[in-house]
Each structure stands twice: as structure tokens, then as C-alpha cells.
Design a protein around this ligand. Structure first.
Ligand SMILES: NC(=O)c1ccc[n+]([C@@H]2O[C@H](COP(=O)([O-])OP(=O)(O)OC[C@H]3O[C@@H](n4cnc5c(N)ncnc54)[C@H](OP(=O)(O)O)[C@@H]3O)[C@@H](O)[C@H]2O)c1
Length: 252
């Protein structure tokens, strides 16, 4: 994975507008999250990539994740079908989401096409450095969902209230959201903040002409860590996962 621009963590240089995927495509460093956007709020959308959303399988035609709809996992077969979409040109990139290091390792054992992206929860209070390192070393781009902690949703994380983040925001005269997003970009991953508020969209995109200096960037490593979207919904008697530890292969 290459960054177009700054290539050093905590570097004082500015602007990382896009990341290069292993397909050669360029991915915006700040994407637009659309989850829970009102109907019509998102205009024209171009589908350029498809991903396995969770390492979970449910019965065809079912909804939700209850015990009655869970089906045995078949990740190799699913990935093989995704590779077919890629080979036929129906998807310009294929990726995964909510995959642990172990699940990526398993997938890579039989994959003909390396996933372009692993979209996972990532923000200053769930930094996932080991997964980040593995993705970097295998050419998989890590893309961060809920980079602001998903305030106002049932996840309702307090990323933007973290003391270290607020301290850095005050010193740089930036908003907590901007510092959270800039931390992600400087860590080497893209971020997917969701907003349907025009001024916040502009705020979230104003993270390219400044940076978090190294001496403040290192402060983020002291922040206590907590996964916010734990995936408890996927744990039940018919699920392949009998515990949260199994779902995340210990990365929790
Ligand atoms: N793959 C997965 O399993 C998965 C899981 C969760 C999310 N996602 C993706 O990640 C995207 C983003 O995640 P998310 O929506 O959970 O969380 P998020 O982007 O961390 O937080 C969104 C919340 O932050 C608010 N917000 C946005 N910009 C702000 C700012 N500058 N200052 C203060 N508040 C701000 C938004 O409110 P307003 O809209 O009112 O501004 C919204 O309530 C989703 O749209 C979805 O595409 C993927």
C-alpha cells in the first residue's frame, strides 16, 4: 500500500489525499460514510468495489443474525465467488471487513486475489496496531469505519471526548473530529466518517493542509483501548462463533 504524499507516521509534512490499493486504484483518504443517511441524502453512488461485510453467513433470504438464520461459514467459497466478480470485471476491487489477522492469514492461504481492503473499526481508542501492521505487510489497505466512534448511534463511542485527543485538538486549534481523522490518515489508513451535515462534511475534509506533529502524535499510543462494535449479535448457539473471543480470534 502506498500513500500519495506523506509516508511517515506523525510526519510534519502535509497532505495525504489518496492511498494506492494493490489493484493500482487510488482510494480517497477520507471517504464518505453513508450508514443511516436519510433516503435521498446520498446522491449518485458509483459501485467500484464489493466486500464481505462480516465473517458471518446467514441463510439465503433471511434477515438479521438470530440463531434461526445462522449458517455454517464458507469463507473460501465466498472469496472464490468474489474473485469471479473481479476476474469478470464486475467489481474493480474486492475486499473484506471485520476480518482479524488470523482470518486474513487463512484467506491468503487459498486466495488467488489478495483483498484490496480490510474495512475495520479503527480510531484513537481502538487503534489495532498489530492488524494494521499485518495488512501493511501483505498489501491489504486498512480502511477505518466509525473513525469518530459513531456518536449518536447505538455504538455511541466517546472518541471525540478522549482527553488526549481534546488536548491535541486544543493545541492545534482543530476540532476533535479533525484530529481523530488526521490521526487515522497519518497512521496510514483511510477513514470513513459519516455525516449528513454540510458544515461537518467540510470540516471532516479539511484535514490535508496540516498535520499532528510527531511529539503530539506519540501521545496517542497512551490512550486506553476499547473495541466499540463488539459484534455480540453474532454470538449464539448456531453461530460459528460461541464467544466474542472466537469472533475476533482474540483481537479484543
Ligand atoms: N463494515 C462495517 O461493519 C461497518 C460498521 C459500522 C460503520 N461502517 C461504515 O463506517 C461509516 C462511518 O461509521 P459510523 O457512522 O458508525 O461512525 P462515525 O463516522 O464515527 O460517526 C458518525 C457520527 O458522527 C457525527 N459526526 C460526523 N462528523 C462530525 C463532526 N465533524 N463533528 C461532530 N460529529 C460528527 C455524525 O453526525 P451527523 O451525520 O449529524 O453529522 C454521526 O452521528 C458508516 O457510514 C459505514 O459506511 C461500517
Amino acid at each position: 500500500m502506498n500513500m500519495m504524499g506523506d509516508d511517515k507516521k506523525g510526519s510534519d509534512s502535509d497532505s495525504v489525499l489518496r492511498f494506492e490499493l494493490n489493484t493500482g486504484a487510488k482510494m480517497p483518504a477520507v471517504g464518505l460514510g453513508t450508514w443511516k443517511a436519510d433516503p435521498g441524502a446520498v446522491g449518485e453512488v458509483v459501485i467500484a468495489a464489493v466486500k464481505i461485510h462480516w465473517p458471518i453467513r446467514t441463510k439465503p433470504g433471511s434477515g438479521g443474525f438470530g440463531a434461526d438464520v445462522m449458517a455454517p461459514l464458507c469463507l473460501p467459497e465466498t472469496w472464490n465467488a468474489m474473485e469471479g466478480l473481479y476476474a469478470s470485471g464486475q467489481a474493480r476491487a474486492i475486499g473484506v471487513s471485520n476480518f482479524s489477522t488470523k482470518k486474513l492469514q487463512e484467506l491468503l492461504k487459498h486466495a488467488k486475489v489478495t483483498p484490496a481492503v480490510n474495512q475495520v473499526e479503527c480510531h484513537p481508542i481502538w487503534q489495532q496496531p498489530a492488524l494494521h501492521h499485518f495488512c501493511n505487510s501483505t498489501g491489504i489497505h486498512l480502511s477505518a469505519y466509525s473513525p469518530l466512534g459513531s456518536p449518536g448511534s447505538w455504538i455511541n463511542g466517546e472518541v471525540m471526548k478522549d482527553e488526549t485527543l481534546l488536548d491535541v485538538a486544543g493545541k492545534l486549534n482543530k476540532s476533535p473530529a479533525q484530529v481523530a481523522l488526521r490521526w487515522g490518515i497519518q497512521s496510514g489508513h483511510s477513514v470513513l466518517p459519516k455525516s449528513v451535515n454540510e458544515s461537518r462534511l467540510k470540516e471532516n475534509l479539511s484535514v490535508f493542509d496540516w498535520c499532528i506533529p510527531s511529539h503530539l502524535f506519540t501521545d496517542f499510543s497512551q490512550i486506553p483501548q476499547q473495541r466499540l462494535l463488539r459484534g455480540d449479535f453474532a454470538i449464539n448457539e448456531t453461530s460459528p462463533y460461541k464467544s466474542i473471543q472466537e469472533l475476533w480470534d482474540g483481537e479484543i
